[in-house]
Design a protein around this ligand. Structure first.
Ligand SMILES: O=C(CO)COP(=O)(O)O
Length: 214
């Protein structure tokens, strides 16, 4: 199970979380990545933790003010990128363009989706993985794997029907090792989480609990 921690725009210390994630990954052998704000990618990557962007633009170099280029995040140490997070939705053509941009820059891709139907559509674009996150459960205390296990199973089936090579992650409310274990039991290959770590008083303790569920 891959544990992908999205720091969103929370007011946490990205270096503290990155260092904790690096240490827990090294000690446990688990795969843990941290996805900070674009401006923090280089210094988060400098800690040695696997680092992901929260978004990349569909365009390449050129007259595109305000873009976050896949090439730029890769040059600053990112190894992968989220695309189409529920809080940063894109048009279908732009999701496709962002996946292609990430591929050109050798970034791994996770396309986020609200529900199994969107998972199937996202899988058709050929990312490395899709992540199903019911918006109503994001930021809450109840894990998607507990509150709505059927959505994870349906998402796994939807991706499998379109492209068996595309992994399925799940997210929303994931904060414990039990949540991670339940997600794995439902067929997820990873979890995408945010507040459970980014808002924790002791992010390292939460990460240690999370890897215990793998
Ligand atoms: O949106 C999410 C991860 O990208 C999920 O957020 P929470 O873990 O805070 O529910």
């Amino acid at each position: 199970m891959f544990i992908l921690v999205n720091l969103k725009a929370y007011p946490c210390d990205p270096i503290e979380v990155a260092t904790a994630a690096r240490d827990v990954a090294e000690a446990s052998g688990a795969r843990i990545a941290v996805s900070p704000q674009a401006a923090d990618i280089a210094r988060v990557a400098d800690t040695g933790v696997e680092t992901w962007a929260q978004h990349v633009s569909p365009n390449a170099h050129g007259s595109h003010t305000g873009s976050t280029l896949a090439e730029a995040v890769a040059d600053n140490g990112a190894e992968g990128t989220l695309i189409n997070h529920s809080e940063n939705r894109l048009k279908l053509a732009d999701i496709d363009g962002s996946v292609r941009a990430a591929e050109r820059a050798d970034l791994e891709t996770v396309v986020c989706a609200n529900n199994p139907a969107q998972v199937g559509a996202a899988a058709a674009l050929g990312p490395d993985a899709v992540a199903v996150e019911p918006p109503e459960l994001i930021g809450g205390d109840v894990s998607v794997s507990t509150a709505d296990p059927g959505i994870v199973e349906d998402a796994v089936a939807a991706a499998e029907a379109v492209d068996p090579a595309v992994d399925v992650f799940c997210g929303a409310g994931v904060s414990t090792g039990d949540d991670v274990g339940a997600a794995g039991d439902l067929g997820a290959a990873g979890v995408l989480l945010a507040s459970g770590v980014a808002k924790a008083d002791d992010p390292e303790a939460v990460l240690e609990d999370l890897v215990g569920g793998i």
